[in-house]
Design a protein around this ligand. Structure first.
Ligand SMILES: [Zn+2]
Length: 131
């Protein structure tokens, strides 16, 4: 038989629970990545985009209607959820899940900060507030 892990042909008299060449379990064919499908479910991507865009959108609405804490809270919540779903989608990241969530959240906050900086710059330049 042929080992599904290393593709070595194993003579019948050597076939056992483990492959003699690579040490992986022989037996019923399992998906190449037993940890789970590499493709993240679409719902994760959907949730990611809703969180990623919805957080700042609610924040801008909060700013417009002068709900002071909302301006900061909504994007923060959006960033945390984005970080959570990014960590779920990027399963191949070799980190403990909570650490991955924190790192992705910080990255998303960095993106927000960049967008807000240029957004504010554009508003200031086009509205003439700075003049
Ligand atoms: Zn093998």
């Amino acid at each position: 038989m042929k080992c599904q892990h290393c593709q070595t042909n194993i003579p019948d008299h050597l076939v056992g629970p483990l492959c003699p060449a690579c040490g992986n379990a022989l037996g019923p064919i399992t998906p190449p990545d037993a940890a789970g499908p590499l493709k993240a479910p679409r719902s994760y991507w959907l949730a990611l985009w809703i969180a990623f865009l919805g957080g700042p959108a609610l924040g801008i609405l909060a700013l417009k209607f002068r709900v002071t804490p909302g301006f900061l809270v909504f994007p923060l919540v959006g960033a945390v959820f984005s970080g959570y779903y990014l960590a779920k989608i990027c399963k191949r990241v070799n980190l403990p899940f909570p650490a991955a969530v924190v790192i992705f959240t910080v990255c998303v906050l960095g993106i927000y900060t960049g967008i807000m900086f240029f957004g504010c710059l554009a508003v200031v330049l086009t509205s003439g507030i700075g003049r």
